[in-house]
Structures are given as structure tokens and as C-alpha cells.
Ligand binder design. Structure first.
Ligand code: ZN
Length: 444
């Protein structure tokens, strides 16, 4: 512990986190005053009051657990991760291999951290992510630069002038020791926390008796998996969700479909769970919504693309994309070491030819709709081994709305008008797809 005197709990820090704490306390006082004047019959400007309360202050009012600040300290032999919290909490910490990761599981936390938190590493940590992992459970994933061991993991009680502090100390180790530790931690962890897929959510809707075809809309990523991030900060997970919610509204408005979302808020959902939602709802169609990003030296790619599943990728770019999208579970800190290559547990070779034909047909319909609405800069139909599209009995496509690496695309993806237009085009595609199927005697 002495080693950490410069960065640990004993040093009197009155900078960043404390200032945030003070700011939130002030916001609380303000909120209390606003509430008091409201109950006294006055009419305060509620709009400006609402805007002044940060998510952290709001959570404090509701007695929720709030993360106020996070930082890394140390070097490539020992590294400390510190998270300031509004109160003490129980934690579980363990490691995962390939790639090397350290997972910290917490009860539900409102993360009121600076936007750039976790993007830059230090010492043994190259980056970290945080967010809701499952209802009632938050998770932090630290990407390690190599094999590390958790030397200590604990939470210090908050003092009068200091927030509670979660501390994880990592030390450098070798691969062999890492594997040994991970095996021990795994046994402890599996007792401590249920698998995320074991939870009950609103996705568990019973089969409808209305006979309407079920459309599953799958907004990519979520929770601690942000997906692609634009240089200006826009996140793929938020764009995908916004378009998905709009599409749901429009599809429901037609009165011709029943719509199920794999997620309707900022929660992480494992890939296999998304496939399970489509299958258990006997979906007639699944649409997975994403936005791509490529590094600068790969050219100025932009525009939407539509993908279907195949064992062999149609081209190099499709293979790259599928590999990236299939990493979502790794990014969220799910242990895949016990699973075989096919996460969903389905041999895609057994897929009904019918499903494949319908997927291709819908992909072409969607491309035509999007193109005629002048929303598509290229109408490429590609295919690759996307896990999320592997339900053998559900026709499915993955739509990449555009590129977050392209400033023009970002402007478009962030625009309410564009989102509305693309949801309209998708609704049109779904309608003409089912009209064709009914005309051809399709029964689903
Ligand atoms: Zn994605």
C-alpha cells in the first residue's frame, strides 16, 4: 500500500472529483429549492431547473448509486484504477483472457463520468469501458496491455470531504499465472452472479394471438458497448437505438405488424440473446441496425450498406465488418472461452434455403427503398458471417446506416429529419416485402 501513497486514498485530493461532488451538491440544493418553491404555489421555470440537474444529481435525489469520476495511475508494472462513487458498494472483480481483460461488476450505477473517460490508457490498461450490463447490473471492462493479476480490489468508505472510492490494483504477470488466476476467479464469479441471459425482460412477450407477422428490430450494441464512435463523440449505440425506436413507431402505426425490440434502452444485450429473441418470438423478419467506422487510411467510405449472412464473406470489407460486429460480446466482457466458434450454437449450413432467399429478397427491397429516398450513396449488397443474423428460421438483414468516420455521414446520422426518412424507407421496404410474400402465398 505504501507504494501508492502518491495516488491512493491518503493523499488529500481536492481537485476533479471533489469539485464534481461539490457541483452536484449545489445542484441538489438548487433542486430542493426549486421543489420547495413549487410546493409553495409559485411557478418556477421548470425547464431551466430540469436542465441544470446533472444525471449524477438526479440519481442522488433518487438515492441511486452514482460514479462521479474515474482515473488511472501507475506504470507498466503496477497500475491502479480508481472510481469515485457517491457511496460504498459491493464489487466483484475478475480477469478474462484472449484478449486480456479485467472485469469489475457492480450493482446498477449511473455513470456521470467525463465523455472521454476510458478512451486513453495508462500503465497496464490500454482503455476501459463502463455501462449497464444487464438490468440492475453495471460493468466496467479494463483492456489490459498483457497478462495482469488483480492485486487488490476494494471500496473505501467516503469521508466528509471525499467521495467513496473503488480501487483496483493490477500487477504485471505472465500468461501462465494469468490463466491459473482466471480459473479460480471464474468459479467464484459464476456463483456470485447469474448469466445476463437468465433475466426476464419485456422481450419475453408471449406469442401474439393477433396473427400479425412479428418484426424484430435489433439496435446494435448498448450499455458498455458503445460500438463505433465518431471523432465528434456521436456513438453508434445511440444512433442505432434512435432509428430503431422510430422504425417501431412507424411499423406499429401501419397496424400490420407486431414489433419486438431486442433492446429499447441503453443496455447491453449479448449477440446470442438477440438471436434467441428473434427465434422465440417466431419473427417473420429481423432487422439489425448499426453504423460503421473505418480508420482514415482506408479511404473515404460513406453511405449505407445492407448485409445478409453467409459462411464465406462476399468481400474483404464485409469480412472486416463482420469480425468487428461479432466482437460485441468480447467488448462487454463476456467470457467466450468455453464456447465453440459458433456462439449461437447453430450450424448455419442447416439453414433453410427459404430463410436465405427471403433474407436476400428483403435486402434487395430495402436497398431499392433507401436508394429511391436518396439516402444511399452506394447500393452494395454484401454478406459475411454475422452472428446476429444466424437464426436459421428467421430471415434477417443487417443495415449499416453510414460511417461515423465520415463527417458528412455523421451530420446525416445525427439529423432528426434523416432518421425519420430512413425509418420511412425501412417501413416501406417491410410493407412491400410482406405484400410480395402474401401475393406469392407465403403464410408468415
Ligand atoms: Zn455495430
Amino acid at each position: 500500500m505504501a507504494r501508492y501513497s502518491g495516488i491512493g486514498g491518503k493523499s488529500p485530493r481536492i481537485t476533479g472529483p471533489l469539485m464534481r461532488f461539490v457541483r452536484i451538491s449545489l445542484a441538489l440544493v438548487f433542486a430542493a429549492l426549486a421543489a420547495a418553491s413549487s410546493s409553495a404555489g409559485n411557478k418556477p421555470d421548470r425547464r431551466s431547473y430540469t436542465a441544470a440537474v446533472t444525471p449524477g444529481a438526479k440519481a442522488l435525489i433518487e438515492d441511486r448509486l452514482v460514479a462521479l469520476d474515474a482515473r488511472l495511475a501507475g506504470d507498466d508494472q503496477r497500475t491502479r484504477f480508481i472510481l469515485d462513487l457517491n457511496r460504498k458498494v459491493e464489487l466483484a472483480a475478475f480477469t478474462l483472457i484472449d484478449p486480456y481483460r479485467v472485469i469489475v461488476d457492480l450493482p446498477e450505477v449511473a455513470f456521470d463520468l467525463p465523455a472521454a473517460a476510458g478512451r486513453k490508457g495508462q500503465g497496464l490498461v490500454s482503455a476501459y469501458r463502463y455501462g449497464l450490463f444487464a438490468p440492475g447490473r453495471a460493468r466496467i471492462v479494463l483492456d489490459a496491455t498483457g497478462p495482469v493479476a488483480i492485486d487488490k480490489a476494494f471500496v473505501l468508505e467516503g469521508l466528509e470531504d471525499q467521495p467513496a472510492r473503488l480501487v483496483v490494483d493490477l500487477v504485471k504477470t505472465d500468461r501462465e499465472a494469468f490463466i491459473k488466476n482466471a480459473a479460480i476467479e471464474k468459479r467464484t464469479e459464476s456463483i456470485a452472479s447469474p448469466a445476463p441471459s437468465a433475466r426476464k425482460t419485456d422481450r419475453e412477450t408471449p406469442a401474439a394471438s393477433d396473427g400479425l407477422p412479428v418484426i424484430v428490430i435489433d439496435p446494435g450494441h448498448g450499455g458498455l458497448d458503445s460500438g463505433a464512435i465518431a471523432p465528434s463523440g456521436e456513438e453508434e449505440k445511440a444512433i442505432a437505438l434512435a432509428v430503431a425506436l422510430r422504425l417501431r413507431e412507424k411499423l406499429e402505426h401501419t397496424g400490420r405488424f407486431r414489433v419486438v425490440l431486442t433492446r429499447s434502452d441503453d443496455t447491453f444485450v449479448p449477440l446470442a440473446e438477440r438471436v434467441r429473441v428473434a427465434r422465440s418470438n417466431q419473427a417473420a423478419l429481423m432487422i439489425s441496425i448499426h453504423a460503421d467506422s473505418i480508420s482514415r487510411n482506408e479511404g473515404e467510405a460513406r453511405g449505407a450498406s445492407i448485409y445478409t449472412v453467409s459462411n464465406k464473406a462476399s468481400d474483404k470489407e464485409a469480412a472486416r465488418l463482420a469480425e468487428k460486429e461479432n466482437k460485441a460480446d468480447l467488448i462487454a466482457g463476456i467470457d467466450l472461452s468455453g464456447q465453440n466458434d459458433d456462439v449461437v450454437g447453430i450450424l448455419y449450413d442447416l439453414t433453410h434455403r427459404e430463410t436465405k432467399n427471403f433474407s436476400g429478397q428483403f435486402a434487395r427491397t430495402l436497398a431499392a427503398e433507401i436508394k429511391s429516398a436518396a439516402l444511399l450513396n452506394r447500393d452494395t449488397l454484401r454478406s459475411a458471417g454475422f452472428i446476429v443474423l444466424k437464426a436459421p428460421d428467421v430471415p434477417s438483414v443487417l443495415l449499416e446506416l453510414g460511417f461515423l468516420s465520415n463527417p458528412e455521414d455523421v451530420k446525416m446520422l445525427a439529423s432528426e429529419a434523416w432518421r425519420d426518412q430512413v425509418a420511412d424507407a425501412m417501413t416501406g421496404a417491410v410493407q412491400s416485402f410482406f405484400a410480395t410474400r402474401v401475393a406469392a402465398g407465403g403464410n408468415r
